[in-house]
Design a protein around this ligand. Sequence first.
Ligand code: ATP
Length: 591
Amino acid sequence: MTQVSSKSSIKQFFIFIKPEKNKFFLLMICSIISHILVTMIPFIMGIAIDNLLKTIQISNKNILTPDVIKELILGPIILLITVSFISSYFSYVQEKMIASLSEDVTLRLRQEVTQKFKKLPMSFFDSHQVGDILSRTTNDINRISEMLLTGVNQLFSSIVSIILGVTMLFYINVKLTSIVIFLIVLSSIVTTWVANKNKKLADKNQQELGVFNNQVEEYFSGNLEIKVFNQQQNTASKINETNKRHQKAFERSLFFDFTIYPVIRFLNQLTFIMSAIIGAGLVIQGTLTIGLVQAYLQYVNQISEPITSFSYVINNIQGAMASFDRILYILNQKEEKPDPQVPLNIADSQGNIQFKEVKFGYTPDNLLMTNVNFTAESRKMIAIVGPTGAGKTTLVNLLMRFYEINDGVITYDGQDITALTRKELRSKFGMVLQNTWLFEGTVLENIAYGNKVATRKEIIEAAKIAQCDHFIRTLPNGYDSVISSENSTLSQGQQQLLTIARVILANPPVVILDEATSSVDTRTELEIQSAMATATKGRTSFVIAHRLSTIVKADLILVMDAGDIVEQGTHQELLNEKGLYSKLYNSQFKN
Ligand SMILES: Nc1ncnc2c1ncn2[C@@H]1O[C@H](COP(=O)(O)OP(=O)(O)OP(=O)(O)O)[C@@H](O)[C@H]1O
C-alpha cells in the first residue's frame, strides 16, 4: 500500500479546499478584526489605570469628583464594552463561516469517495478489506471534519493572537519581550517534536482501528461458520488481541496529549511569573507605568494560551493529515477504463456472444486464460463445466466486463463489448449467483430490483413463474414483508427462487446461472430447476453447474481447465472425444 508523502498530501488538501477559498478569506478577515479589537482592551485599560493614578497623585486627595469619574472611568468603560461587543460579533461570523466550511468540505469528501467507488475496478474490491475501507470512509472523514471545525479556527486565532500580542509586547518593552520570546521558542521546539511524534502514533492508531473493524465485520458475516467449527473462543481472542493493540496505540497517542502539554503549560506560566517579577522591577525603576505592566501581563497571557492551543492544533492537523492520506489512498486509486464517449446502443438485442483469442490474468504478469475462443449463439444454452478453480466464474466475470481482458475481443451481437457502456452491456444480463444477495427491503422491492418500474401485478406474476409465490404468501406480511440477506428467515433455496424471480421480471436477453442448485433439498432443487428452465427459455443462457446431469441437454458445453477452454461441443460429442468431460461425467455417473 503506497502512502502519499505528507508534503504532497498537504498540497492536495489545499487543492481540495480551493473551492472554499472565499470562506477562508472571510474567516481570516473576521479573525483578524476580532483579535485586533481584543488586543486593544488591555491597552485601553492600561491607559485608563495610568490616567486615574496620575489624577489621584496630582490632586493629592483620594476624593474623585463626578466629573473625574465621568471622564476617567465611564469613558473607558463604554469604549471597552463597545470594543468587546464588535469583537464578539466578528468572532460569531468567524465561527459561522468555519461551521459551513467544515460541512461543505465533509460533504464533498463523502461525495467524492462515493463517486470513486463507482469508478473503481473489481480488483480494488478483491484486494481490500471492508473494515479498512469503512474506517477510512467514516472515522477518517470525521476526523478531517473535526479538524476543520475546531483546528482551523484555533489555528487562525492562535496565529493572529500571537502576532498582535507580540507586537504589543515589543511596543511596551523590548528587553522584557526578548525573555518572553526565548521561552516561546523553547515551547515551540517541544511542540514540533510532539506534533511529529503524534502523527506517527495517530497513523498507527487508525490502522489498528481498521484491523479491528475488519475482524468484527468478519465475526458477524462468518458467524455461522465460526460456530460450526467451534472457533468462537479463538475468534474472540483474536479480536481481543487487536483491541488490546489498538488500546495500546491509543494510549501512546494520548500519553503525549496528557504528559507533554502540562510541560508546555508550565513553560507558559514560567514566562508569566518572570514577566511579573521583571515588570515590577521596571515599575520601581520608573521605566514602566503600573497600567502598562498590567497590560503587559495580559498580553503575556494572551499569547501563552494560543501557544498551548497552537501545539494542540498542530497535533490535530497532523492527525487529520494522516486521515487525509488514507482517504487520498482511495481517491488516487486507478479507475476502471472510462466508457466510450460515443457508445453504441444495441436496440434489438439477440444475445449472441463471442470470445475471440481472449487472454486474461487477474494480475498482468500472471495469465490465467491464454487463448479462449467460443461462440454462444442467440437463445442457446451454454454450459460451463470444469474442476474447481478452472476459471468458470472468471469467464462470466469477463462477459459482464467486471475485469478488462489483456488481449483479444469479446463481442455482443457482433459489437466489441468495450464499444458499449458498462450500464448498457450489463442491462443485457441477468444473474443468479451462488450466494444470493437480498437487500433490506420488502419482498416486492427485492424482486423488482432489476426493473424498478414493474407493477405489483407484474412482480407477483414473475414470482409465480419462479415458483416462489406460495411461500411468499406464508410470510407475515406477504409481498410486503421486509427481508434482507443478513437476517432473512428465508431458506437458501427460497432466496435463490427470489433471485430467479428478479431475473424473470428484469427480462434480460442473456441469463447467467451460477451453481444455483447447490445446498438445497431435493424438493426445492426441483422447484429451482423448473424455475430456471422458465428463466432460460427464449434467452441465451450460461449455466455453471457441478452436477453434469443438469446440463446434458445444453446446446454447447465449454469444458474449462486451468483457465482455458480445453474442449467444447454437445454432451454426446464430448463423450465421444473421451477427454476431460467424459472423465468428469463418468466419475459422477459410473461407480
Ligand atoms: N479476484 C481474483 N483475484 C485473483 N485471482 C482470482 C480471483 N478470482 C479467482 N481467482 C483465481 O482464478 C482462478 C479461477 O477461479 P474461478 O473462480 O474462475 O474458478 P471456478 O472454476 O469458478 O472455481 P469454482 O468451481 O471453485 O467456483 C483460480 O485460480 C482463482 O484462485
